[in-house]
Design a protein. Structure first.
Length: 283
């Protein structure tokens, strides 16, 4: 019981520490964040309640307030905007102006996630976040997601970079070098991978339909293996591969699996609708 209580206290401490760290990171981000176009600000002036309002930063980096008119705030932090507005008000209207600014939407610090994720859309980039964290915010990958992700990023001089991420290397092999930091205005594209159907019949242990991603490039030997492998009575030398072309015409190809297995013949990459038939041995 004593050990259980100590473990429970340790878990609670770790959770609390993690939450505290995340809160501190967010507070630091808000404090250092440079306001930009399309951000939504809630402004309050304690001495002049009529100035209290929610305003969106224009494309030219300005906001418009009664009495003060157009004010350039792009590139300023929340605290700097508060001081700037207070100084402007103190010049003509009030003494010791008390101004508060709350950033309701970080539109200029967002990333886009599109494609085969559960929740496509725009996401605020709060603090330092990596690729996996953003994908998690988007609800994770769908089953039909491709094996690669592309991060479109605007570089210097307006030249865009397209960063390719191998998902198997990232998730299966845990290559954290691919878990790249995400930057404002990045577009994360998760392509949809088409599922193709391969039919395997005859002398295999689990005959039927195979569903595989097109990007996996399944081969004849792989399809037979996925169907459970050959039965003891299968004929390796008389396998038939049937395929239809774009016009719907069916072609039939006799295949010797022995020649493929020993490297004498190349393995065959399969296509949508291919039918593999493994006959029984005649002996």
């Amino acid at each position: 019981m004593k050990y259980f209580m100590c473990s429970l206290i340790s878990v609670i401490f770790l959770l609390f520490s993690g939450q505290l760290y995340a809160q501190q990171e967010r507070e630091m981000f808000v404090k250092e964040y440079k306001i930009g176009p399309k951000d939504l600000l809630e402004i309050k002036v304690f001495e002049l309640p009529e100035l209290n309002q929610t305003v969106r930063v224009s494309e030219d980096g300005t906001i418009t307030l009664p009495l003060l008119q157009s004010i350039k705030i792009e590139g300023l932090t929340k605290d700097e905007v508060e001081r700037k507005l207070a100084a402007l008000l103190e010049e003509k209207y009030v003494r010791n102006a008390q101004v508060s600014v709350f950033i309701k939407e970080y539109q200029s610090n967002r990333v886009s996630v599109i494609g085969a994720v559960e929740k496509q859309g725009m996401y605020e980039l709060i603090g330092k976040q990596n690729l996996i964290q953003i994908i998690s915010q988007a609800g994770g990958l769908k089953e039909n997601a491709s094996d690669e992700i592309f991060v479109l990023r605007e570089g210097k001089n307006g030249i865009a970079a397209n960063i390719k991420i191998d998902l198997e290397e990232l998730f299966t092999n845990n290559n954290q070098k691919l878990n790249i930091p995400i930057q404002p205005n990045d577009i994360i594209n998760v392509p949809i991978d088409k599922l193709i159907h391969i039919y395997v019949y005859g002398e295999v242990k689990s005959p039927g339909v195979l569903q595989v991603k097109m990007s996996k490039r399944i081969t004849l030997l792989q399809a037979v293996a996925m169907a459970g492998g050959l039965t003891e009575g299968a004929s390796k030398s008389r396998v038939t591969l049937k395929r239809r072309d774009k016009t719907g015409k069916e072609t039939s190809l006799k295949v010797n699996l022995k020649n493929i297995s020993n490297g004498k013949k190349p393995d065959i990459v399969l296509k949508e609708g291919d039918v593999i038939y493994v006959p029984a041995s005649i002996f």
